[in-house]
Write a protein that binds this ligand. Structure first.
Ligand code: 2RA
Length: 329
């Protein structure tokens, strides 16, 4: 299968190459795509060098599928051109997520919504993916009424410039800034721009994408998203109010039985999910499972996942795997 990766030289794009290789996706030809300044460079895939090409050239090479992680403006311009050429696009930007005609997919939750006619498929925001994977089985079991989530997001979510800023600040080196503030020894309660309602775009993504993926307007979400100086992944403190009461042992059982979720919850031995342990893994890790004793039918959880993998590259590749298994590519 001919696979194009648009944004192949970026942090997420290169993770997509790694995940495609690790999962042995049936790639017969890789077509790495990047901006004009990177055309001609080479990327390695499974021990072979591939030349980076322009988006135009990639279309002429007729890939079966194109996995995008190149920013919203590139997706808005090029995804329709790839789709018009009969190429299925899986896009990691926010460009198409809330388009009512486009599917927003976490395979374990709503892959069944996909059809062969879907030519542009949206990959959800990283902080949404890891939360929804955990919410979905609990919603089915107990009916979610309201979610309050605070996130602790890795600098890798911003990109290589933010990683460099953190490393420079840690070493006392002046350099380019990805953030308006220092990030080392600090936290920044702003991810993306502020909207008129006082929330950031990142927070409203969690609110709106969760409803779309779970297909239930009754799931009310309020979010505070925060950038912290870590690398391995995003962490989330989640408070969930259910319609029905629950049994903690049953909650643990439901989560442990959920594909892609691993329960790490042994407080007595200080065992709980942490970004350093989630780094470069595909699973979503859940711990600190406990009843909210301030009100009935309410649960507290701690959710950690590698935002570059299940939060982006792996989820996109899993969508491609689903389509490939259906012979729709
Ligand atoms: C972030 N979720 O962490 C956003 C985009 N990757 O910056």
């Amino acid at each position: 299968m001919k696979v194009a990766v648009v944004g192949a030289t970026g942090l997420v794009g290169s993770k997509m190459l790694q995940v495609l290789a690790e999962r042995n996706f049936p790639v017969t030809e890789l077509i790495p795509v990047a901006s004009e300044k990177s055309v001609g460079k080479e990327v390695e895939y499974k021990g072979k060098q591939y030349k980076v090409v322009s988006a135009d050239t990639a279309i002429s090479m007729k890939p079966n599928v194109a996995i995008f992680s190149a920013g919203g403006s590139t997706s808005l311009e090029w995804a329709p051109k790839f789709a018009a050429a009969g190429i299925t696009v899986i896009d990691n930007s926010s460009a198409w997520r809330m388009d009512p005609a486009k599917k927003l997919v976490v395979p374990e939750v709503n892959a069944a919504a996909l059809t062969p006619e879907d030519k542009i498929i949206a990959n959800p925001n990283c902080s949404t993916i890891q939360m929804v994977l955990v919410l979905d089985p609990l919603h089915k079991q107990y009916g979610i009424r309201r979610v309050v989530v605070s996130t602790y997001q890795s600098v890798t979510g911003t990109g290589i410039k933010a990683v460099t800023q953190l490393m420079n600040e840690r070493q006392g080196i002046a350099g380019e800034k990805a953030y308006a503030h220092e990030i080392d020894l600090n936290v920044i309660p702003q991810i993306d721009v502020f909207l008129d309602n006082g929330y950031t775009k990142e927070e409203m993504k969690m609110v709106q994408e969760t409803v779309k993926i779970m297909g239930d307007e009754r799931v009310k979400v309020t979010a505070t998203t925060v950038r912290i100086p870590v690398m391995g992944g995003h962490s989330e403190s989640v408070n969930i109010e259910f319609e029905k009461d629950f049994d903690l042992a049953e909650v643990r059982k439901v989560l442990a039985a959920t594909p892609g979720v691993i329960v790490v919850d042994e407080p007595a031995s200080a065992s709980y999910p942490m970004p350093k342990d989630a780094h470069d893994k595909d699973e979503v890790f859940v711990g600190r499972i406990r009843r909210d004793e301030t009100q009935p039918n309410t649960l507290n959880l701690w959710i950690v996942a590698d935002n570059l993998r299940k939060g982006a590259a792996t989820n996109a590749v899993q969508i491609a795997e689903y389509l490939q298994q259906k012979n729709w590519l």
